[in-house]
Design a protein. Structure first.
Lengths: 316, 731
C-alpha cells in the first residue's frame, strides 16, 4: 500500500471538487473494495476523500411513487427496507445473495455499483493486465477464464462486472443521480452507467473525474413476481458464475437481466420481449453475439437453464 | 518403555477419563481470543520489527537485478535481505524447493527478499518499491503432457507391486471397469497463515512459530542456516490449522531469521494470504487409471491402480494408490506410482497425502463396477472385504478391522435401503436426489514419542512434550491420559506443548499424533508412578492409582506425599509391528440434491461410521472426522488450484478465488465410532482419526451426484460445467 492523504468531506460539492482538483484522488465510502485493492497496490490513490459524513443515508419515497436510495445507504439497510422488500423484492434478494453479513453492513449503494472486477490476473500485479496498466496485454485471454465474461467483452479485456445489486437495479430501470465538480447534477439510467470495455478497459463507468454519486432512484414498482437466482460453486460468499434477475408478470412478460457474464448487468430489450416464448428464445437472442472461451462457454446454457427455472417457478 | 507385543488388559480398559467426551481444555482460551498464535506473541521478545516477504514474479529463471535503493530509503525500513545479495540458504530433509534460493528462481512466489521495517505498513509499502528484473525460462507446468515416460516414484514398495497375473485375469474377467480419473492441485487453505517471530541471542535462534513438527523444524532450521541444532529453539503452542502445510518450516521462519540477523532485532512475519498458495506447498494433482475385473457374482479377480503426479524435484508425489492394496480382496494385482517433473511450486503432504486423492478414484471405480454388476455398492464392498492378511501384501497381517460393520451400520442408519439403484430417477420438486457410499481406509501409524511429567509438592502434575495441538485436541487427550494413569482428576493436570526444549514427541501428522503422543505420556507417567512407589515403598506396577492415592493390598498412599518428582519417558515400538498392517476404516455415506435446472449440487446429509480402536475423546475425535468430511466434500465440489500453464503458477491464489466449503454447504453431518480396540497399535489400543475423515466421503458425494443425475464426472472437482450439457433438458 502506498501512502496517501485523507480528508472527510462535509458537503457533496466539497467532495466532488476535492477529487476533481487533486491528481490521484478518490472517494472512499465503506472501503470494502477500495481498501483491499490499495493493500495489493492495484489501486494507489494519493488522496482519499471520505464521503461517509455526507447526508446520503436515507431511503425516501419519490413523488412518482418510486424510491430514492441515498448513495451511502448500506446494503444491509437497503435490502431490509420494508418498501424494498415489498415492492422491489428482486433487489433485496440480489443484495442478500452477495458478500457476507459483515460486508453488507459496511458496503454502500454507490460503492457497490463501482466495485471492480474479480479477474484473478487483475488481482496479481505481476501479471499483464490492460485494466491495471493500459497497453500491458490481457493475461486472462488464453489463461484461466472460467469465471470471466462471455459477452460485451473485447480483445483487451474479458472481465466481468461482478456485482449482484446492480443486476437487480437493471431490471428495475434504476437511475443513478450524481453531482459533478461544477455543481451540476446528472441522472444516468443504469443501462448507460457501466461501459463495455472496448479498447479502454480501465474506464469502467461513464462517471467523470470528481463526479459523485448522490443517490439511486427506482421508478414506480411494476408488480409481478420477483426472482434473483445466483449460481455459484458454493452456497454463499462467492461471486456468480451466472445470475439472473427477473420480474415476471402473470401474462409471462417481464424484465430479465444477467449477471456474471459481461462488463455490466446484461439486459437486451429485444430478447426480453421473447419471455413468453420461454428461456431458450430469450437467451439465444440475448447472447447471440457471445464470444465465450472454452472454459466459460457453459455460462450460456447455464443462463438459459437458470432462466427456465425462474419461468417455471413464475408459472407455478 | 518398549511396546514389543500386542497389549493385554491394562488400566485403559477400566478407564474413567480416557474415552469420555471431554471439552477441550484450551477451549476457553480459544473462544476468548487469548490463545496466543505465533504472530500475536507480542510479549516473547521486546522491540519486534515487521518483515514482509517479496515473492518471485516468475516461475522459473534467474533474477537479473534487484533495485533496492528506493526501498532502503523508504520510511521506517531497517534492513532488506535480498536474493541478489545473499547466498542461497541450505536445504533440509523436509523440503525440496529451496526456501530462499539466491538468483535462481525455481517456482512462482518463491521468497526473493524480506523487507524489515518499524511497522507492518512500512515494510509492505517499501516492498512495493523494489524493482526486480528477471530472465524467464520455460518450464514444465502441465501434468497431462508430462506424464508419458515418467519414472516410478521409487522401485518396489508402495510405488510398484505386482501379485498374480493381472493382465490375464483382467482380460478374462466377465465384468470390468477401466476408467481414468483426475484430481486437481489443492491448497491447505488453513486459517492461520505461516507466521514466525525470530530472535537471535548471540548464536542462539528462537522461533516462535506455527509448526506441526517441532523437532523436524529444529533440525531443518539448523541445516538450512548451517548452524548447530542445539542453538535453535522452536516454540509453537497454538496452531491455527496446518493440514500438512506446516509439517515443515517454511519461508516465514527462514526469512524472519535472516531478517532478524540483518536488523539485529526480533522480526515478525505473517505471510500475506496471496503468497500462501504458491510460496507454500500444495496437494499435487493426480491422474489415476483404475482397472477392476470381477466375476459375475461380484468377486474381484483383478485390480490395477496406476497413478501419476508431478513435483518440482520429481520426488514425493501424491500416491493415490496407497489404499488400494488394503481395501479389497483379489488375487491378481498391479500397483504403479509414477512421478513427472514439473516446475510448479512444491507439492507435499496435505491431509491424508495419497489416500485422500486415491479414494476419489478407487471408490468411484467401485461404484461403477457395482452398477455394471447390477449389485448394491455396499454389498459389493462387503463381498470383497479383506480379512486375515492384506490383499496386496499377503505376508502382512491385518491388526484389527471392522469395515463390514462400518458399512452395515452406516447403511442402516443412513436409510440406504431407500436409495434408488437406477440413477437419475429420484425427483423432489425441482431437485434430483441421490445417495452415495464409499469405504475409507487410512493407515494408523505410530512413532516413538517422549514426554516429561513433573509432580509438584501438592500433587499437581505438569506434562511437557514437544507435541503440537493443531486444533485437534492434543492438549485434552494428553491431559486425559496423564490424569487416568496417575489417578488424578483432569483439573490436577497441566499440559505444556510445542516447545523444542521439551522431550521430542511424534508431532502432528499422518494421523499418528494422538496414538503416539499419548503413549509417550503414558510411558512417562508409568515412570513417575514407579518413582512414587520407590519413595513411598510400594510396588507401583501392581498398585491401583485413583483419587490422588495409590492402593495395593488394603494399603493406601497419598501420592503427593512422595514430594516433588520429575520423570521422563518414551514409548518405542518393537519390530513385531512390521508384520502387521494397522489401519483405520470407515463407511461413508452422502446424500445430495442437484437442481435439475441449474445443476447446482447441495450436499444434504453426510454420515461416517468409523473404526479406529479406542476413541480417546469422542468429542474432539468427532471434530476431526467431520472436519475431514468437510474437506472431502470441498475436494469433490469445488477445491481447485487453477494452473496457468503459460506462466506456471496457481492463478486463484487467495480465499476469494480458491473456494472451500462454507457452512451453508454442509448442513448435516453425523459421525459414529465403533467400540473397537486395536491391541497392536499401542497400550492405549487407540488409533488416530484426523485423516480417516477425508478418506472416502468425497467419493461418496461424487457417487451420490451420479445417483442423482445419471452422469458420471471423472474429472474433479465435480462442478456443474462438467455435466450441465448432459442433464435432462430444462423445460
Ligand atoms: C470478500 C468479499 C465478497 C464479496 N462478495 C460480493 C458478492 O457476492 N456480490 C457483490 O455484489 N459484491 C460482493 N462484494 C463486493 C462488495 O459488495 C463491495 O465491496 C461493496 O459493495 C463496495 O462498497 P463500499 O461502500 O465499501 O465501496 P468502497 O470500497 O468504499 O468504494 C468502491 C469504489 O466506489 C467509489 N465510490 C464510493 N462511493 C462513491 C460515491 N458516492 N460516488 C462516486 N464514487 C464512489 C470509490 O472511490 C471506489 O472506487 C464482496 C466483497 C468482498 C470483500
Ligand atoms: S480480463 Fe481484464 S482484468 Fe483480467 S487480465 Fe485481462 S485485462 Fe485484466
Amino acid at each position: 500500500m502506498r501512502s496517501f492523504t485523507y480528508e472527510r468531506a462535509r458537503t457533496p460539492a466539497e467532495a466532488a471538487s476535492a477529487v476533481a482538483t487533486m491528481r490521484g484522488a478518490k472517494f472512499l465510502a465503506g472501503g470494502t473494495n477500495l481498501l483491499d485493492l490499495m493493500k495489493l497496490e492495484i489501486e494507489a490513490p494519493s488522496h482519499l476523500v471520505d464521503v461517509q459524513d455526507l447526508d446520503f443515508g436515507e431511503i425516501a419515497d419519490t413523488d412518482d411513487g418510486g424510491i430514492r436510495i441515498g448513495a451511502m445507504v448500506s446494503n444491509t439497510m437497503l435490502s431490509a427496507h420494508p418498501r424494498v422488500r415489498r415492492d422491489y423484492a428482486v433487489l433485496t434478494r440480489a443484495i442478500q445473495a452477495g458478500a457476507s453479513g459483515q460486508l453488507r453492513n459496511k458496503a454502500t449503494t454507490a460503492g457497490n455499483l463501482l466495485q471492480r472486477t474479480r479477474c484473478s490476473y487483475f488481482y496479481d500485479t505481476n501479471m499483464p493486465c490492460n485494466k491495471r496498466r493500459p497497453g500491458d496485454g490481457c493475461s486472462a485471454i488464453g489463461g484461466s477464464s472460467r469465471q470471466l465474461g462471455v459477452i460485451g467483452i473485447s480483445d483487451s479485456c474479458i472481465a466481468t462486472y461482478p456485482g449482484d445489486m446492480a443486476v437487480a437495479m437493471r431490471v428495475l430501470d434504476a437511475v443513478v443521480e450524481t453531482v459533478t465538480p461544477d455543481g451540476s447534477t446528472r441522472s444516468i439510467p443504469i443501462a448507460d452507467f457501466h461501459r463495455l470495455w472496448g479498447d479502454t478497459p480501465q474506464e469502467e463507468t461513464v462517471l467523470e473525474r470528481g463526479e459523485l454519486i448522490t443517490a439511486v432512484t427506482l421508478p414506480r414498482p411494476r408488480g409481478g413476481k420477483h426472482f434473483y437466482h445466483k449460481v455459484r460453486d458454493r452456497r454463499s460468499y462467492a461471486f456468480a458464475l451466472v445470475s439472473v434477475a427477473a420480474v415476471i408478470q402473470d401474462d409471462q412478460t417481464g424484465q430479465v437481466a444477467f449477471g456474471g457474464v459481461a462488463p455490466k448487468p446484461w439486459r437486451v430489450p429485444e430478447a426480453e420481449e421473447l419471455l413468453p416464448q420461454g428461456a431458450a428464445a430469450v437467451v439465444s437472442r440475448a447472447f447471440a453475439e457471445a464470444r465465450p472461451t472454452d472454459q466459460n462457454k457453459f455460462k450460456i446454457p447455464l443462463a438459459e437453464r437458470t432462466l427456465a427455472g425462474i419461468i417455471a417457478d413464475a408459472r407455478s | 518403555m518398549e511396546f514389543n507385543a500386542p497389549a493385554g488388559q491394562n488400566l485403559f480398559d477400566r478407564a474413567k477419563i480416557v474415552g469420555k467426551s471431554t471439552p477441550r481444555i484450551d477451549g476457553p482460551l480459544k473462544v476468548t481470543g487469548t490463545a496466543p498464535y505465533a504472530a500475536e506473541r507480542h510479549g516473547v521478545a521486546a522491540n519486534q520489527a515487521y518483515g514482509w516477504i517479496v515473492g518471485s514474479a516468475i516461475a522459473k529463471g534467474r533474477i537479473r537485478s534487484m533495485d533496492l535503493d528506493a526501498a532502503r530509503r523508504a520510511p521506517g525500513v531497517i534492513a532488506i535481505v535480498a536474493a541478489t545479495e545473499h547466498e542461497p540458504v541450505g536445504t533440509s530433509d523436509y523440503n525440496y524447493a529451496p526456501l530462499f534460493g539466491g538468483n535462481e528462481v525455481s517456482h512462482y512466489h518463491q521468497a526473493i527478499a524480506v523487507v524489515v521495517a518499524e511497522t507492518f505498513e512500512q515494510a509492505r509499502s517499501a516492498a512495493g518499491l523494489i524493482g526486480t528484473e528477471y530472465d524467464r525460462v520455460d518450464g514444465s507446468f502441465d501434468l497431462a503432457s508430462s506424464k508419458d515416460g515418467a519414472p516410478l516414484a521409487s522401485e518396489g514398495g508402495s510405488d510398484f507391486a505386482k501379485l498374480g497375473k493381472f493382465e490375464e485375469a483382467f482380460a478374462a474377467a466377465p465384468v470390468k471397469v477401466d476408467e481414468t480419473y483426475t484430481t486437481p492441485d489443492e491448497s491447505h487453505a488453513m486459517m492461520e497463515p505461516f507466521a514466525t517471530i525470530a530472535a537471535w541471542d548471540g548464536p542462539d535462534l528462537t522461533l516462535w512459530t506455527s509448526n506441526q513438527m517441532i523437532h523436524w523444524g529444529k533440525q531443518a532450521m539448523a541445516s538450512i542456516l548451517g548452524m548447530p541444532e542445539e542453538n535453535v529453539r522452536v516454540d509453537s503452542p497454538f496452531i491455527g490449522g496446518g493440514f500438512g502445510g506446516k509439517l515443515f518450516v517454511r519461508a516465514d521462519a527462514v526469512m524472519a531469521a535472516l531478517g532478524a540477523k540483518a536488523a539485529n532485532r526480533p522480526v515478525k512475519i505473517a505471510m500475506q494470504r496471496p503468497l500462501m498458495f504458491n510460496n507454500g506447498t500444495h496437494r499435487h494433482a493426480t491422474i489415476q487409471r483404475l482397472r477392476i475385473g470381477a466375476e459375475r457374482d461380484g468377486r474381484i479377480t483383478a485390480i490395477a491402480h496406476q497413478n501419476w503426479s508431478g513435483n518440482i524435484t520429481q520426488k514425493e508425489g501424491e500416491n493415490g494408490t496407497l489404499q488400494t492394496p488394503k481395501l479389497y480382496a483379489g488375487a491378481n494385482r498391479l500397483i504403479e506410482n509414477r512421478i513427472a517433473q514439473l516446475d510448479l511450486p512444491e507439492g507435499n503432504a496435505m491431509r491424508a497425502p495419497g489416500e485422500a486423492a486415491g479414494h476419489l478414484a478407487l471408490e468411484v471405480a467401485m461404484d461403477e463396477l457395482a452398477e455394471k454388476l447390477a449389485m448394491d455398492p455396499v454389498e459389493l464392498r462387503i463381498l470383497n472385504d479383506a480379512s486375515g492378511t492384506v490383499p496386496g501384501d499377503p505376508d502382512t497381517k491385518i491388526s484389527d478391522r471392522h469395515l463390514v460393520r462400518c458399512l452395515r451400520e452406516g447403511a442402516e442408519r443412513f436409510g440406504w435401503s431407500k436409495r434408488n439403484a437406477v440413477p437419475g430417477q429420484q425427483r423432489d420438486g425441482r431437485w434430483l436426489t441421490g445417495m452415495g457410499v464409499a469405504a475409507g481406509y487410512r493407515a494408523g501409524p505410530t512413532t516413538k514419542s517422549a514426554a516429561r511429567v513433573r509432580m509438584s509438592a501438592d500433587g499437581h502434575v505438569t506434562v511437557e512434550t514437544d507435541m503440537t495441538d493443531i486444533g485437534t485436541g492434543s492438549y485434552t487427550i494428553i491431559a486425559q491420559t496423564a490424569a487416568e494413569t496417575m489417578g488424578l482428576p483432569l483439573e490436577s493436570v497441566t499440559v505444556k506443548l510445542g516447545d523444542s526444549s521439551f522431550p521430542v514427541s511424534s508431532g502432528s501428522g499422518g494421523q499418528w499424533g494422538a496414538a503416539s503422543s499419548t503413549a509417550g505420556v503414558y510411558a512417562a507417567c508409568v515412570n513417575l508412578r514407579r518413582m512414587i512407589g520407590e519413595k513411598l515403598n510400594f510396588d507401583a506396577d501392581a498398585a491401583n492409582f485413583a483419587d490422588g492415592r495409590a492402593t495395593l493390598d488394603n494399603q493406601s498412599w497419598r501420592i503427593a506425599d512422595a514430594g516433588e518428582l520429575t520423570a521422563d519417558g518414551e514409548m518405542n515400538y518393537g519390530d513385531f509391528k512390521d508384520g502387521y498392517d494397522v489401519g483405520t476404516y470407515a463407511g461413508h455415506f452422502a446424500e445430495v440434491r442437484v437442481d435439475a435446472y441449474t445443476g447446482e449440487t447441495h450436499v444434504t446429509r453426510m454420515l461416517a461410521v468409523c473404526d479406529a480402536g479406542r476413541i480417546l475423546n469422542p468429542l474432539s475425535a468427532r471434530s476431526q472426522v467431520i472436519g475431514g468430511m468437510v474437506m472431502a466434500a470441498g475436494a469433490t465440489l469445488m477445491e481447485d488450484l487453477h494452473v496457468d500453464k503459460r506462466f506456471g503458477f496457481f492463478v486463484n491464489h487467495d480465499l476469494a478465488g480458491y473456494e472451500v466449503p462454507v457452512h451453508a454447504d454442509i448442513p448435516h453431518q453425523e459421525c459414529i465410532f465403533l467400540d473397537t480396540l486395536d491391541p497392536v497399535i499401542s497400550p492405549m489400543k487407540a488409533k488416530g482419526v484426523g485423516e480417516l475423515g477425508i478418506c472416502g466421503p468425497g467419493a461418496a458425494v461424487a457417487n451420490a451426484i451420479y445417483n442423482a443425475i445419471g452422469v458420471r464426472v471423472r474429472e474433479y472437482p465435480v462442478t456443474l460445467d462438467k455435466y450441465l450439457d448432459r442433464l435432462p433438458p430444462a423445460a
